[in-house]
Design a protein around this ligand. Structure first.
Ligand SMILES: Cc1ncc(C[n+]2csc(CCOP(=O)(O)OP(=O)(O)O)c2C)c(N)n1
Length: 682
């Protein structure tokens, strides 16, 4: 007998209805892939038994309220196996996941996209597909659960985070950062169900990997074990016992990919292609599943629906417990979950902004950011800070914050260690879980290490705030490895991401205000290492940074040229306008702290800001998309290659980002616009 035959017959003797339940998952997945003529049947067929045990015996949820805050979180890190999740959501009775949706798997407008998408499909906790992201995001969820538990107690916050991850997730580098962080923090309520099927796309995992995953996780402080992933009792025992450990758990579930497909199971052929009519028919025979595609026998469906309703009583009890809390506590809990900051934060921001306007401090924008954080963390307990081991450079820690420690989760600052990628993904998980608004710091040059998670934050539309300091050659002596030049352009290329580069302390406070208000978008705050003077500006009743770009200085009568700059280069552009004035040319200075917000302004506002005069763009970075704002005839003053190791002031002059260079560029732009005579007299 084959492994499959032995396991199947054992299950038929002991748990026929569980096997039938798992088969319902298997065939919904295989039939949907068949119908779509594309997709991944292998993983759902292989993990159907594990998922059936998890859902029917452990997972705390109520299909009638997919957003119940105290539900267990399930993250399908192996997102290509999306049909596993869609089948389970349908079977357990999630209202939006109709049979019709399964029949339109991967089709335009369906709730069943190729990979699970948060915000698109109710019941999907996070977007997955880029392997490893789900696992690291789940670490953030598990952390948020413990932290919220520390604030509000077991009665309101008491749930697990489960992850289904494959070989691919565990091979990805991010998995190392994630498991290391989770092990260190002793996130005991995190349970990873590893689809240990020894197969990836190219073939056997032995082609490319010799890791002993159990030893690897063990070394990071996890509780580990191996189980037959088709033996329901063994799976149940493993999950049950791992829930009781005081460490995060890895359960390596030895499975057969494409379980039940007679000629393809156990091979890469079943990973990412429909089985084909013949193989599918044979799988039906092998697993005693005589039902036509998308037909689930009534009794079986009823059993699955009962699983979907299993958590209903627990949810109602939870609601009662919430009701019994005194009003203040209940409101704090609900506000935290809703991501409310509280009006005190608004006041604190206004206050610090006007203090900056009065004192006009010449400080680095990273220092201004710290002062902003000092003010707002004193009045809001929902902000969760952190840094990837650059706390004292990013200036992200405030007096009001205490670090979270292994097993002690009542702090509000995370030392993420040198794990930028896991930090960014964990922040996504924290934001998705609810209860905290995460911000985390690193150097802008290392945003590349976080980028895949930042991209997912943008795709999901979640509020996470990246504090990226040392934002240009202005960081000086650390040299070109640490000096970002292409990062602003590359981050601006990510849709739905806000990239802020404030020019001084006032704009820094205003940028924080914008980032905190953006509840459905992530932000990157690009902050200087070097001190910057506060620019003179007219009193504004509204936050001008929210407009994305605005006129900082308008010459009298008319403009000859418009100088558009961001961040630290605004001050240099302002100096250039004075040089030009001395030469009889009137230059407006536009500060453009956030092009994404500027782009959304009405056309007449943008036209007023940009003006009709020739334009010069100034930014200590590569040109990127600047042409859009300066036009074909505009001039760009910035970087065209990597920086160098030297004091910042020397770098600015060596790379030609000076008031004189800007003035010369303005003259060139004017000459191009008015070929003869060159000068427009005053
Ligand atoms: C970051 C990333 N790299 C590559 C891929 C493409 N990809 C999708 S599934 C897969 C193989 C994953 O193997 P495994 O996790 O073992 O899944 P299984 O074959 O068991 O379904 C690859 C390389 C991806 N989705 N994400």
């Amino acid at each position: 007998m084959t492994v499959h035959a032995i396991t199947a017959s054992k299950m038929l003797q002991t748990l026929p209805s569980h096997l039938a339940m798992a088969n319902a998952v298997r065939f919904l997945a295989a039939d949907a892939v068949e119908e779509a003529k594309s997709g991944h049947p292998g993983m759902p067929m292989g993990m159907a038994d594990v998922a059936t045990v998890l859902f029917s015996r452990f997972l705390k949820f109520d299909a009638a309220d997919p957003r119940w805050p105290d539900r267990d979180r399930l993250v399908l890190s192996a997102g290509h196996g999306s049909m596993l999740l869609y089948a389970l959501l349908h079977l357990t009775g999630f209202e939006a996941m109709t049979l019709d949706e399964l029949q339109h798997f991967r089709q335009w407008g369906s709730k069943t996209p190729g990979h699970p998408e948060y915000g698109h499909t109710e019941g999907v906790e996070t977007t997955t597909g880029p392997l490893g992201q789900g696992l690291a995001t789940a670490v953030g969820m598990a952390l948020a659960e413990r932290m919220l538990n520390a604030r509000f107690g077991d009665e309101l916050v008491d749930h697990f985070t489960y992850v289904i991850a494959g070989d691919g997730c565990l091979m990805e580098g991010i998995s190392h950062e994630a498991i290391s962080l989770a092990g260190h923090l002793k996130l005991a309520r995190l349970i990873v169900l590893f689809d240990d099927n020894h197969i990836t796309i190219d073939g056997a995992t032995s082609l490319s990997c010799s890791d002993d995953q159990l030893i690897r996780f063990l070394a990071s402080g996890w509780s580990v074990r191996r189980v037959d992933g088709h033996d329901h009792d063994a799976i149940a025992q493993a999950i049950g016992e791992e829930r009781e450990t005081n460490r995060p758990s890895l359960i390596a579930c030895r499975t057969i990919i494409g379980y039940g497909a007679p000629t393809r199971q156990g091979t890469e052929k079943v990973h990412g292609a429909p089985l084909g009519a013949d193989e599918l028919a044979k799988a039906r025979a092998a697993l005693h599943w005589p039902h036509p595609p998308f037909e689930i026998p009534e009794e079986l469906l009823a059993r699955w629906r009962a699983v979907g309703a299993r958590g209903r009583i627990a949810r109602h009890r939870w609601m009662e417990r919430l009701e019994q809390r005194d009003e203040f506590e209940r409101e704090s809990f609900e506000d935290a979950l809703a991501g409310e900051l509280g009006s005190a934060v608004g006041f604190a921001l206004r206050e610090i902004e006007s203090a900056f306007a009065d004192r006009r401090p010449t400080i680095a924008t990273r220092q201004a950011s710290q002062q902003v954080l000092e003010a707002i963390t004193q009045v809001s307990s929902n902000l969760l800070g952190g840094s990837a081991d650059l706390t004292h450079s990013n200036l992200t820690l405030t007096c009001a914050q205490q670090p979270v420690r292994p097993g002690a989760y009542d702090g509000n600052y995370i030392h993420y260690g040198i794990r930028e990628h896991a930090m960014a993904a964990a922040m996504n998980g924290i934001a998705l879980h609810g209860g905290f608004i995460p911000y985390g710091g690193t150097f802008l040059a290392f945003s590349d290490y976080s980028r895949p998670a930042i991209r997912l934050a943008a795709l999901m539309g979640v509020r996470v705030i990246h504090v990226m300091t040392h934002d240009s050659i202005g960081l000086g002596e650390d040299g070109p490895t640490h000096q970002p030049v292409e990062h602003l352009a590359s981050l601006r290329a990510i849709p739905n991401l806000l990239v802020f580069r404030p020019a001084d302390a006032i704009e820094t406070a205003q940028a924080w205000d914008c980032a905190l208000r953006e509840t459905r978008r992530p932000s990157v705050l690009c902050l200087s290492r070097q001190a910057l003077p506060v620019q003179p500006r007219a009193f504004a009743t509204e936050n001008p940074v929210a407009r994305g770009a605005y006129v900082l200085f308008e010459p009298e009568k008319r403009r000859d040229v418009t100088l558009i700059a961001t961040g630290s280069e605004v001050a240099i552009a302002a100096q250039a306008s004075e040089l030009l004035a001395a030469r009889g040319l009137r230059a407006a200075v536009v500060s453009a702290p956030c092009f994404e917000l500027f782009e959304r302004q009405p056309a007449n506002y943008r036209a007023d800001v940009l003006g009709n005069a020739p334009r010069v763009g100034v930014e200590a970075a590569v040109e990127g998309l600047w042409r859009k704002w300066i036009g074909d005839t505009g001039e760009f003053v910035g970087m065209s290659g990597f920086g160098a190791s030297a004091p910042a002031s020397e770098l600015y002059s060596r790379f030609g980002i000076t008031a004189e260079a800007i003035a010369a560029a303005a003259e060139r732009a004017l000459a191009r616009a008015h070929p003869s005579p060159v000068r427009m007299p005053v």
